[in-house]
Design a protein around this ligand. Structure first.
Ligand SMILES: Cc1ncc(C[n+]2csc(CCOP(=O)(O)OP(=O)(O)O)c2C)c(N)n1
Length: 285
């Protein structure tokens, strides 16, 4: 698929919504744009129904601006807050059932490899922490064991946010939520370590508080997944609604946690992935 697929058939220009026309003429497909260019091109998600100050919404915006090849990318999502925004995203995306997103992505990637042997197709899973670290963990891990060429991005808002605030395996110890009033009794599931031990060639923990660092992690994860092996990015994106802070405090919450050493940006790269990235990052986008 190239930009061609988004073009409007002659004669239909007038009746297509303005939003769509802008996407065709000014969108990020087949262009070299990134987070530093935000504000200068038509974004893949501009309006969304998520809560004010939602860290996940900001992360989605940055994620979509970070894709190395949006016209050749398919996102596989899962039930959760991000799924409410995806119907408004100008990119091929599939809504998996809650938890089976990595199984869907595995099959899709294999099919795309057969169908388009000469053109890289990026399959990226974007799902919440409940879908990734709890209910979907078995299918997530088995996609890593099988070394599927897919990138998995967890939007870690540390709760089951969409269903009103149950604790997830990724909630921090002691977290009190609407439907977890006595406080979480154990630590966050060590997903980055599980990913590394399960065969991921690239693992990063990042947040939307630093857009350039975020973009680097997403791009690396997608590129390594293309040619080396499975990858995992964990995005810390706090939820003002369920953790009850003001919508304008989201980035401050991340920075505070970073200062306290509770949340830390980190990367793990296998030597093979390192070699691959050194070669591909040398090339211009
Ligand atoms: C098989 C199945 N189990 C449970 C649910 C109910 N459910 C919908 S969204 C959700 C929570 C999602 O949590 P998370 O993955 O952390 O995403 P968030 O909403 O926090 O973005 C749950 C339990 C469902 N839709 N399907």
């Amino acid at each position: 698929m190239t930009k061609q697929i988004f073009r409007i058939a002659p004669g239909f220009e007038e009746i297509m919504p303005e939003e769509y026309r802008e996407l065709v003429t000014d969108g990020p497909y087949d262009r070299s744009v990134g987070v530093a260019d935000l504000g200068t091109f038509k974004e893949l998600l501009e309006e969304h129904p998520l809560c004010a100050g939602c860290g996940l919404a900001l992360s989605l915006r940055l994620f979509l601006a970070s894709l190395p090849a949006p016209a050749d990318t398919v996102v596989v999502g899962s039930t959760g807050c991000s799924a409410i925004a995806f119907p408004q995203v100008g990119l091929h995306n599939i809504h998996g059932l809650f938890g089976n997103q990595n199984a869907i992505a595995s099959g899709l990637k294999r099919a795309l490899k057969l169908r388009f042997p000469d053109r890289p197709k990026d399959v990226v899973v974007v799902a919440g922490d409940g879908a990734t670290a709890d209910i979907g963990l078995e299918m997530v891990m088995h996609s890593w064991f099988r070394a599927e060429n897919i990138a998995t991005v967890m939007l870690d808002n540390e709760a089951y946010a969409n269903t009103g605030g149950q604790e997830s395996g990724m909630s921090p110890r002691g977290a009190v939520l609407n439907m977890a009033p006595t406080g979480k009794k154990f630590e966050k599931v060590a997903m980055p370590e599980i990913a590394r031990e399960s065969g991921c060639a690239y693992v990063a923990v990042t947040s939307p508080a630093n857009a350039r660092r975020f973009e680097k992690a997403i791009r690396r994860a997608i590129l390594v997944a293309r040619d080396v092996g499975p990858t995992y990015v964990q995005v810390f994106c706090p939820c003002p609604t369920n953790f009850k802070f003001r919508p304008d405090e989201t980035l401050g919450v991340i920075r505070k946690r970073e200062k306290e050493g509770v949340f830390q940006y980190r990367e793990y790269i296998t030597p093979e992935a390192q070699q691959y990235l050194a070669a591909s990052e040398g090339e211009k986008r």
